[in-house]
Design a protein around this ligand. Sequence first.
Ligand code: IMP
Ligand code: MG
Length: 179
Amino acid sequence: MDTTKHEISVLIPEEELNKRIAEIGEEITKKFKGESVYLVCILRGSIFYTTELAKRIKLPMTIDFMTVSSYGAATKSSGVINVKKDLESSVEGENVIIVEDIIDSGNTLSRLLHLFESRNPKTLTLTTLLDKPDRRVVENVNVDYTGFVIPDKFVVGFGLDYDQRYRNLPYIGVIEDVE
Ligand code: IMP
Ligand code: MG
């Protein structure tokens, strides 16, 4: 692993992340009162957000994991999504909540949405910790719960990486000299 030191400045401190995640957890708890939910963590970036959010949702819950990569024409939401690791069980009839780290171009989430719609969940909810709206190329992605809207900067920490590094930072930081 490259161990070059980068200058990283704090964009969102740990306390703010946890406060906002607690709010989203409460909202989801209220929305699905009396029901169960099926949390889908999109690996690897979403692991920190998923675990913090899961602790704040006071409902019966399944936590499952998926690894995907999206490619193909950038502006076509019907473009290909490559599922490298799929869920362990069927989500038919479940209240599925897709948990993402960040929405950037929107390709990943819009394609995931298509995939999950074909699996007949009872409801489909999207949540992302971070949103970079300046970079969106797919316009029809309706995110239900957004943690923070951030400027067009490359961010790391709280699960997000730069070349697999910095996922373990407990805050969201910016590497100033990286595109
Ligand atoms: P999208 O398909 O362009 O919306 O891509 C979203 C994915 O790109 C995220 O799940 C991240 O893995 C990655 N990504 C986008 N922006 C950043 C960033 O600023 N830092 C780290 N990863 C990012
Ligand atoms: Mg990701």
